[in-house]
Design a protein around this ligand. Sequence first.
Ligand SMILES: [Zn+2]
Ligand SMILES: [Zn+2]
Length: 248
Amino acid sequence: MPKLQRYVQKIRRYKNKLKRLISRIGISYSEEFELIDEIPVKLLFPCHLGILFYGASIDTLFEKIKVHLNQTFDSFFFDIRNLGEFNFTNELFSKGVKKEYKDMKKSSDVIKMHPTNKFYQILINKRNEENLGMILSLTDLPIYSSSDDNILFLFGETHLKHRCSVVSTLKLKEYFPERRRINDQFEERVFKEIIHEVGHMIIGSDHCQESGCVMRFSNDVHNIDNKSLDLCEKCKTKLLKIRNNHNF
Ligand SMILES: [Zn+2]
Ligand SMILES: [Zn+2]
């Protein structure tokens, strides 16, 4: 009899575990997909970086983005390429889409969010096709994290293993008139978030605790506005170490 009870308990624990797993996965799991990357990535520096755009004329920012990335990560890239705009097929566009209340339930407006994996797969394919070391996408679509779908309205995310990042401009558009001209404010946030994600691809997943460092984690646009475009001394030392390890 005790044996049977233990067995029942075991089943119960398993059931609860499964329940937790299902609630964490959320509604879009069945539509999502595993990332496929044929070529094992062994990244050597310097490398080629490509930037792919999706959305309303944000590709006009490319030249400025390039200047900022070269300033922060000088000599880490042979070149930074504008890969232009890409398009989703209709089928892919609706894949994994999750509806969420805009402004976190403060209004009844619903917004359609896209999983980061969808971007990663397009980026992986393009990265392999173009022989790039790493690749980033800038989009105006709202994104949520495929690894944790409780994380909504991401500014950006990086998949370290696959060397790709996605940055969404949607939440970077909040405007505070008392501070800056609207365009300057928006563009500066875009540059910071792109530098931040490229920083992850080079330095790794850790966030920096230094106030003002671009590698500090940002919860909202105020956090972004309060940090600089630069790496702090500690993060610069990390770059130097990587540079020394790769002999360049
Ligand atoms: Zn980060
Ligand atoms: Zn730092």
